[in-house]
Structure formats: structure tokens, C-alpha cells
Write a protein that binds this ligand. Sequence first.
Ligand SMILES: Nc1nc2c(c(=O)[nH]1)N=C([C@H](O)[C@H](O)COP(=O)(O)OP(=O)(O)OP(=O)(O)O)CN2
Ligand SMILES: [Zn+2]
Length: 143
Amino acid sequence: MISLINDIKITDYIMPTWTLHTEFKFDAAHFIEGYDGKCGRMHGHSYKVKMTAKSNKLNPSQYLETPDMVCDFKELKWAAKDSEKGGFDHGFLNELMPENTTAERIAEFIHKETKSRIPGEIELTVTVWETETSWVEYTDKDV
Ligand SMILES: Nc1nc2c(c(=O)[nH]1)N=C([C@H](O)[C@H](O)COP(=O)(O)OP(=O)(O)OP(=O)(O)O)CN2
Ligand SMILES: [Zn+2]
């Protein structure tokens, strides 16, 4: 934003920014449909997930009426729950999500589901580690 106030040129308007970070793990079985190789057979991973939620404003939440949170950490960690209680832990991913179960699609799915639980203005980044050495980041910010 560029404006002139009393001959002072203001080229930038500083907004407060809060960035939440939270991590969790879940163990799950999957196979990649159509994969010509070992990943096409049923196997399991201990997935690690990092959620990053960025906002210029604070909001109320299900458990707090006053606007003092970007969003509740609980809402960012739903996928860590038991697969029989709405999460992914000890679940069979091929039955828990509609897309093929690549790390890319898992990150996209967690992102989409989480966005439906948190205020719309929050910029969300989801990072999923399928193994210690392979991970993917999915974001809705401009890249
Ligand atoms: N871009 C992607 N590539 C692969 C994915 C994926 O989700 N996105 N997934 C797999 C398999 O699920 C596989 O289980 C993981 O494979 P890999 O990285 O090979 O893991 P390993 O620990 O078995 O590593 P090795 O080097 O084979 O020992 C594959 N690719
Ligand atoms: Zn796998």
C-alpha cells in the first residue's frame, strides 16, 4: 500500500501476524493404487505431520468465546485421532480418503479437511513426512 500523509511516504503497512506450528504423528496402512512396484502392495508408515497456520487476526473458537486464538490447536490435529474417531491413526488410508494415497494427496486432503474447521482467512500449510527422508509441503499461499 502506498499513501502520502504530511509528505511522509508510507510504503508498507505493518500487520500483526501470528503463526501457529503444531506437529503430530499417526500410524497407517496404505497402498498406492496403480503403482507398478512395492508401494502398490499394502504396507504401513509412521507419518509425521506439521501444521502451520498464519493469520493477521485472532478468533473465538469452539471452546473459547473471546477472540484470542488464531484457531484452536485441537482443530489442527484432528488427523492424529483414532481412525474410528474421525482421524487417521491405525487406519487404512485407502478407505479413509477419496483420492489415491500418495503423500501429496494425503497432505492435500488434510489441508482441505482442516480448512473446513478453521476461520477462512487463515493461511494453512501442511507438511507430511511419509518416511524420515521423504516429505511434501502443501500450501494455499501464493508461491
Ligand atoms: N512423490 C511420491 N513418491 C512416492 C510416494 C509418494 O507418496 N509420493 N510414495 C511411495 C511409497 O508409498 C513408499 O512406501 C515410500 O517409498 P520410499 O521413499 O521408496 O520409502 P522406503 O523407505 O521404502 O525407501 P527405499 O529407498 O525404497 O528403502 C513411493 N514414492
Ligand atoms: Zn507408502
